[in-house]
Design a protein around this ligand. Structure first.
Ligand SMILES: [Zn+2]
Length: 143
């Protein structure tokens, strides 16, 4: 899938259930989301319908029920979500935000190696330009 359409936080929650189950009926997904989020079956059904429409999920008929599976890998989904986040903040704030994420999240030694490798081959630029509408954002005035 080239263009992944934005999914809401609730839709991501439903997607995570499908990713962990690989494939599941709407009843299985509803039961889990009822327990973990307290969402009514109708809510989950709506979310699943939207995820199919957006192309994140596909359905297969199995007798009289539908089996859902993801069309996007969990990593591709995570990349998209992170991309959405970083697209919504000033490009000048991306570096410091990445640092905050590294500081606050649990990371393994393998993660550290991946991060160090990525830094080693990364092409850096002298300065990053602000991409805010006014070009006079809070981040800019602090840098
Ligand atoms: Zn800016």
């Amino acid at each position: 899938m080239d263009e992944i359409i934005q999914a809401s936080p609730a839709e991501w929650e439903a997607l995570r259930v499908v990713w962990s189950l690989k494939q599941a009926s709407s009843k299985e997904i509803s039961d889990i989301l009822l327990e973990s989020q307290g969402w009514k079956n109708a809510t989950t059904k709506t979310l699943l319908g939207r995820l199919v429409k957006k192309g994140y999920l596909q359905t297969e008929k199995d007798g009289n029920r539908f089996i859902y599976s993801a069309t996007v890998s969990e990593q591709a989904g995570a990349n998209k979500r992170a991309d959405d986040l970083f697209s919504s903040i000033c490009s000048k704030a991306v570096g410091t935000t990445l640092v905050e994420i590294i500081k606050s999240k649990d990371l393994s030694f393998a993660d550290r190696d991946l991060i160090l490798q990525a830094l080693e081959v990364k092409d850096f630029v002298e300065t990053v330009s602000c991409d805010c509408v006014a070009h006079d954002c809070e981040t800019c005035s602090h840098n």
